[in-house]
Design a protein around this ligand. Structure first.
Ligand SMILES: C[S@@+](CC[C@H](N)C(=O)[O-])C[C@H]1O[C@@H](n2cnc3c(N)ncnc32)[C@H](O)[C@@H]1O
Length: 277
């Protein structure tokens, strides 16, 4: 199988919508009463969840009613946040057809279908014209993409001159081996975690001006500590959470990622850059 097919298989998504609906039901909510914030524990599939998305978007300087692209959108949490918080017109693109389908369903439930739409496709060959977007985000996707130069070149192509790109990925901070599975990969064949310099070099080669780089390791450690404390004081698994999307071996995938961050092997790093013009 190709890496793309392996990734679609890894991310899965079988019965995901009905699992989310069951979670909502347990919370006393339904498709009619759900909102964007209620979904955040399950639809923000990256370290730091909604809080990390909010910070990235604010630092990116997202402007109201602009055309935004969410690359590797998953089930659309960030896209719905951009649509509801900033009134953006958002397009989400993802390799996984089941995620794209769930993204569309959740967006309809939250009444945002006119502002956010989702397409199946690859970040390396986007089905968009040159300059289609005012801005773009990518959260925890680059770990699945080997050719960072091709990725950055494609993002550069679909942004208008002056548009900003904010990315937030797990990057290598040492050469120590990773232990699998992790949330983004079942094994090393689908994992391409690169260091910050690989990203900034690829962005520069594409033509971007890198404006800000921020290592979020300490923030991630505080985030995981808070989750551990809540779990210890709470009454079991919450109705909505990343366990629904992570599927089999959810706790092993998370534990391996948290160990790698704690050991200094990887860190979530945010980069904001701009297409000159
Ligand atoms: C860890 S999830 C993050 C999802 C979402 N960005 C979020 O933060 O909630 C990674 C996502 O990237 C998608 N992905 C991986 N490689 C891709 C590619 N080459 N093109 C488009 N999407 C890709 C996967 O299908 C998956 O939905």
């Amino acid at each position: 199988m190709s890496v793309a097919a392996d990734l679609v298989d890894h991310y899965g998504g079988n019965e995901l919508l009905s699992k989310i609906q069951t979670g909502l039901h347990k919370m006393g909510l339904s498709a009619e009463t759900v909102d964007v914030d209620v979904l955040a524990p399950v639809d923000e599939f990256h370290v730091g969840g909604r809080a990390a998305t909010t910070e990235l978007c604010e630092r990116l300087g997202v402007e109201a009613e602009t055309a935004m692209l969410d690359i590797g959108c998953g089930i659309g949490g960030t896209a719905r946040f951009l649509a509801s918080r900033f009134g953006c017109d958002v397009t989400g693109l993802d390799l996984a057809p089941k995620y794209v389908s769930v993204a569309g369903e959740l967006t309809a439930m939250t009444g945002l279908s006119e502002r956010a739409r989702f397409e199946v496709g690859s970040a390396l060959d986007m089905p968009f014209d040159d300059g289609d977007f005012d801005g773009a985000v990518q959260l925890h996707v680059g770990m699945n993409i080997e050719d960072k130069q091709a990725l950055c070149g494609e993002v550069f192509r679909v942004l208008r001159a002056g548009g900003r790109f904010g990315l937030y990925d797990l990057m290598r901070t040492s050469e120590a081996p990773l232990v699998y599975p992790v949330p983004w990969a079942a094994n090393a064949s689908m994992s391409f975690v690169d260091d910050q310099t690989t990203y900034t070099d690829a962005l520069g080669a594409a033509g971007f001006e890198v404006e800000q780089v921020r290592n979020r390791r300490d923030y991630a450690i505080r985030f995981f500590d808070a989750i551990r404390k809540n779990a210890a004081g709470g009454d079991g698994t919450p109705p909505l959470g990343l366990h629904l999307i992570l599927g089999q071996e959810a706790s092993t995938k998370i534990a391996n990622m948290v160990s790698a961050i704690s050991a200094g092997t990887i860190a979530p790093i945010e980069i904001i850059c701009r297409k000159p013009g």
